[in-house]
Design a protein around this ligand. Sequence first.
Ligand code: SAH
Ligand code: SF4
Length: 376
Amino acid sequence: MDSPVNLLDFDGDGLVAWFAAQGEKPFRARQVMRWVHREGCDDFAAMTDVAKSLRARLADVACVRPPVPLRDSLSADGTRKWLLDVGQGNAVETVFIPETSRGTLCVSSQAGCALDCAFCSTGKQGFNRNLTAAEIIGQLWLANHLLGAARAADPAIEAGEKDNGRLISNVVMMGMGEPLANFDAVVTALRLMLDDHAYGLSRRRVTVSTSGIVPAMDRLREACPVALAVSLHAPNDSLRDRLVPINQKYPLRELLAACNRYLTAAPRDFVTFEYIMLDGVNDQDQHARELIAIARQVSCKFNLIPFNPFPRSEFRRSPAERIRRFAGILQDAGIVATTRKTRGDDVDAACGQLAGQVQDRTRRTVSIRPSSEVSS
Ligand code: SAH
Ligand code: SF4
């Protein structure tokens, strides 16, 4: 018998097409979609308003299968990190970051990353493969499920004191991997995030972060323009070539032009430039002044990210005073520059610390995963 089809692999149109191939009407697809994504239901028998005969058939030929959690870590600041099995010895990480007015889920798109940015733990792991759409949206499905279970068990939340609707209000594609290098599966997952029959998030609350794959930025603008964050990290080509090697292929001039093209369709009227603060490398006054020139070319905000160390990383985090001064230079020029609060670093869940478990197929690097990260 064929293995069951994982319904998490389909966006709305895909599910309608699959149902049509089973001789079923589009409204059936949407009904099941609501059960699966809105209700978090993985048991066809429980889908009470779906015809019994269809429920039985679905149980034979389909399934709802998210990745399996291998480990669940809770940080002292409430940040929660899951290590998820994606088969063949690979595991990826998903992080939930609760804040007073929102809850953000940081989602992975690849097992590892082939782009090899100098300061990134994921990059140092090498690359194994793209995640499927089911493995990407499955992270949101699973997080909703696991957080919902925690909510049900918390009497304060049950009493409505903390409950202001869904716990996950925002999704950022900032976990392991380069989302635009896994374009089709990421777009399928994004469409589900936005779909009113699924997660119903607004485009402004879903962010794709890219290191700057220019042609794919154009395709995303056409296919599914959500909020865009660009990992800038350097204000000129010679430094960016070194820190973010994809810059050698798509240099700053092309990247900035792509940002402007993207903004014609984007849900926000600015691009967020992420800028990692590396002590003595890209954090000098001169670098901030160069960034001012960039900000004059693209409507943007800056998000300064204090470097998060990982074993054998060759960089140091800029001192807090340096970051303040750097932000001040940008702000004095009228640029919005915020500094990202480091969250979850006690469980290695902070930006750039996600390592998961990657069977590197590029043989570019040896694994530097610390032994504490290895799950048996
Ligand atoms: N591949 C995408 C998205 C994943 S990385 C990208 O590069 O944009 C998410 C963010 O974390 C990026 O801005 C990335 O540059 C940053 N990051 C990577 N390593 C980091 C580290 N060690 N400390 C702080 N931020 C880091
Ligand atoms: Fe890949 Fe992003 Fe890490 Fe660069 S920063 S290696 S693009 S995950």
